[in-house]
Design a protein around this ligand. Structure first.
Ligand SMILES: CC(C)(COP(=O)(O)OP(=O)(O)OC[C@H]1O[C@@H](n2cnc3c(N)ncnc32)[C@H](O)[C@@H]1OP(=O)(O)O)[C@@H](O)C(=O)NCCC(=O)NCCS
Length: 191
């Protein structure tokens, strides 16, 4: 596939208020991308919207959208884990306490990243990912990926993320791979 040139992919960053102002557009793209899984309650648009409300309400929340010719074709968002976060509660392995110790500024959680099907394998997710994480003050980032999601997992591993353990955040959620990467990133998206 031909990489999208930066002049065609227009990225834009939004804080909480900005993201919530375009949330219907975000939910519509989610519904399109996850169309095959929407009948599973965990993946329903309603549950996604609930999670979005929680994630976007965090101080330090950041959304990066990608548009081509004004059409939303992907986005990524996340925010810092609070000092009292429950993020690591579902971790299934025993790890030294300092591995999962949070102070409110240590770890940025990447909650969502998605790219519309017809635009994949052109480096767009990488561009969104790198833009989202480029200027973060946190010292590391974390995310959860379903190990069955081979495309996403391959992407993260190729971008330098590493497996920390396995984690089930809710009882009806999959058992995810919990990945981490040090910030700042040691690579940046190719121009
Ligand atoms: C995962 C996703 C965001 C990747 O988006 P993308 O724009 O295609 O990603 P990129 O073009 O930046 O790909 C980066 C790398 O990921 C890997 N990758 C992406 N899709 C892949 C696939 N289908 N099979 C194997 N590797 C894949 C490759 O290493 C790729 O680099 P390469 O094209 O140079 O080989 C996209 O497939 C998607 O939106 N999936 C549905 C939503 C989702 O699962 N989100 C992640 C939730 S954890």
């Amino acid at each position: 596939m031909t990489p999208i040139t930066p002049t065609r992919l227009v990225t834009h960053a939004y804080d909480t208020g900005g993201a919530r102002a375009i949330q219907d557009e975000l939910f519509a793209l989610y519904a399109e991308i996850y169309a095959d899984q929407l009948s599973d309650p965990f993946y329903s648009v309603e549950r996604f919207a609930d999670r979005f409300v929680g994630h976007s309400g965090r101080s330090g929340f950041l959304l990066v959208t990608g548009r081509i010719d004004d059409e939303l074709i992907g986005y990524a968002y996340g925010g810092p884990l609070g000092a009292a976060t429950q993020w690591w509660n579902g971790l299934r392995e025993e790890v030294p306490p300092d591995v999962v110790a949070e102070d409110g500024s240590r770890t940025f959680a990447l909650n969502e990243i998605m790219v519309k099907e017809g635009w994949r394998r052109r480096g767009i997710a990488r561009s969104l990912h790198d833009t989202l994480l480029a200027d973060r003050p946190e010292r590391r980032a974390t995310l959860l990926v379903d190990p069955a999601n081979t495309a996403a997992k391959a992407a993260y591993l190729s971008w330098g993320w590493q497996l920390l353990g396995h984690l089930q955040p809710f009882s009806d959620a999959p058992i995810y791979d919990a990945l981490v990467v040090d910030l700042p990133l040691s690579h940046r998206a190719a121009g």
